[in-house]
Design a protein around this ligand. Structure first.
Ligand code: GLC
Length: 557
């Protein structure tokens, strides 16, 4: 039942109706998607082999988390060579083959770009460490002398997002204790100095490298972090704020004004290419209004709507964030985006049933308080996705949310790989639970992730019933729900639509129209009477005209 895309053919420009304004973009986390080589880690040929199922699902584009050459200290977000494929994922020829196959299937491809930091194995960082303080090699990163006697204290008090200090001291080439370098993330991820023209030029080269190969855009990692405040002043984050920039005060390393010049430069560079290439900002900022600054008409094209992702399952809060998003992004001429899950947060089929507060990046494990009820979590996730996919703008789906996959909570400690787990000595579980290899076939080794049965993180036993093949053709499955929603989203052109709230419903109910589709979501306890019309999608089977709790429907006149 694939509905033909209403987007411009790939490669064509359509000013004002660019594809990214309305696209449904599916995030692939390459190491966990599909493994053609059988080594337990997903790869590019694996992606190519499974593109048919994404076409059937009805997505417009895919975004690939990093597959570039990397020692994999942070699952590829530590890049050692920006213009090559890591051998665990394949080769550049595999990338080209994947891109061609995706384009032939009508699917655009966005790749991850990690400009805030490189791997410590990047040749530039290796050169920096073996060069003296003050050298041009060091000037590509943020090296500073330490404080205290003999410089044994870090240059300031900044902490790494993954826990522990944001500075590591190097030994100078002669073996004496030396300068410190900044890493907002793991010590294997040194931050670039973006005031250095050499860094700026290098990333222009990287952008061109992938644009020349034919990619349709970039998801820009830590897009709010590239510029640091002059003088690197001390800063203590609000313990209740998000680790990635949810503080009310402005951290001297998040959201600095100078960062926008970089994206204006990149905007101009992308505009030299045909086919409406796009930049999507991963920018964790305190407010929607601030995030909208990243997508002013001469900057990036999209920004992830983390405010939406972080909103509790509560109708009034959702109404507020939806209204705010539509207004703030419209004010700068950008589409709003919508997202519920990604590789950094607890999967929404678990998160929406958490009873304890759990900010992004901290994860849940067997000993976490407020363990989610899996039945309630899935029910709410299906309702939440039914609401999200009815909203105008562009939506992101994280791989296997269309299977209703929950967080893998019971991973054994010795299987965990997220640097957060190590840097906090197990205090924070981190993000491994949302990164477990996907179940494709209920009865195959590794559930069809590969043919050998190896998987870099163990797959929970109960996932066999969530496998894609077990859900195909089942009218009540989450996969069928997503296919129905994506098909109807295209058929009713909801991406370009306009949202109007309906009155006359209880506070606990989300009720709106987008074009000729009426959406009713019941977040309260009591049943809700449905208006007349045909139910074209329902997050749970609905009998009669009564909508039960934690259920959402689309109705057409
Ligand atoms: C982004 C990525 C995350 C990574 C971090 C450092 O937040 O999404 O996975 O660990 O940046 O690159």
């Amino acid at each position: 039942m694939t509905t033909p895309s209403t987007l411009a053919p790939i490669g064509q420009s359509r000013p004002g109706s660019e594809w990214w304004r309305t696209a449904v973009i599916y995030q692939i986390y390459p190491r966990s998607f599909a493994d053609a080589s059988g080594d337990g880690l997903g790869d590019l040929p694996g992606i190519t082999s499974r593109l048919g199922s994404l076409r059937e699902l009805g997505v417009d584009a895919i975004w690939l988390s990093p597959f570039q050459r990397s020692p994999q200290k942070d699952a590829g977000y530590d890049v050692a060579d920006y213009c090559d494929v890591d051998p665990i994922f394949g080769t550049l020829a595999d990338f080209d083959a994947m891109l061609t196959a995706a384009h032939e299937a009508g699917i655009r491809v966005i790749v991850d770009l990690v400009p805030n930091h490189s791997s410590d194995q990047h040749e530039w960082f290796q050169a920096a460490v073996s060069s003296p303080p003050g050298s041009p090699e060091r000037a590509r990163y943020i090296f500073r002398d330490g404080t205290g006697a003999n410089g044994q204290e870090p240059p300031n008090n900044w902490e790494s997002v993954f826990g522990g200090p944001a500075w590591t001291r190097v030994a100078e080439p002669d073996g004496t204790p030396g300068q410190w370098y900044l890493h907002l993330f793991d010590s294997s991820q040194p931050d670039f100095d973006w005031s250095n023209p050499e860094v700026q030029e290098e990333f222009r080269r990287v952008l061109r490298f992938w644009l020349d190969r034919g990619v349709d855009g970039f998801r820009v990692d830590v897009a709010h972090g590239l510029v640091k405040e002059e003088g690197l002043p001390d800063y203590t984050p609000d313990p209740h704020g998000g680790s990635m920039g949810g503080d009310s005060a402005k951290a001297p390393y998040w959201g600095q004004d100078g960062v926008h010049e970089i994206y204006r430069d990149w905007h101009r560079l992308l505009a030299e290419y045909d086919g409406d290439r796009a930049l999507a900002a991963e920018a964790w900022l305190p407010t929607v209004a601030e995030t909208a600054l990243w997508v002013r008409s001469d900057e990036m094209h999209q920004a992830f709507n983390f405010a939406y992702l972080e909103t509790d399952w509560a109708a009034a809060d959702l109404r507020e964030v939806i209204d705010e998003s539509l207004a703030e992004y419209a004010a700068v001429g950008a589409p709003s985006t919508w997202v519920l899950s990604n590789h950094d947060v607890v999967r929404h089929a678990s998160r929406l049933a958490l009873t304890a507060e759990n900010p992004q990046g901290h994860g849940i494990g067997p000993n976490s308080p407020g363990q989610p009820d899996p039945v309630l979590g899935l029910r709410r996730a299906r309702a939440a996705s039914t609401v999200m996919l009815a909203l105008p703008g562009s939506a992101y789906i994280y791989q296997a949310e269309e299977l209703g996959l929950p967080e893998a909570i019971d991973l054994p400690d010795d299987a965990r790989q997220d640097p957060t787990w190590f840097r906090t000595k197990g205090e924070r579980y981190g993000r491994d639970g949302c990164r477990v290899p996907l179940p494709w076939e209920a009865d195959a080794p590794a559930y069809g992730f590969n043919t050998t049965g190896d998987a870099w993180l163990p797959q929970p036993e109960e996932w066999s019933r969530l496998a894609r093949d077990a859900q195909e053709g089942d009218a009540d499955s989450t996969l069928t729900l997503y296919k129905t929603l994506l098909h109807a989203r295209r058929a009713h052109t909801l991406g370009t639509g306009t949202l109007s709230w309906l009155t006359g419903y209880d506070e606990d109910v989300l009720a709106f129209t987008n074009g000729d589709v009426t959406v009713i979501a019941n977040l309260g306890a009591a049943d809700v009477d449905l208006p007349d019309g045909e139910i074209v999608a329902a997050s749970e089977p609905v009998t009669g005209r009564s909508l039960p709790s934690d259920t959402a429907v689309w109705i057409t006149a």
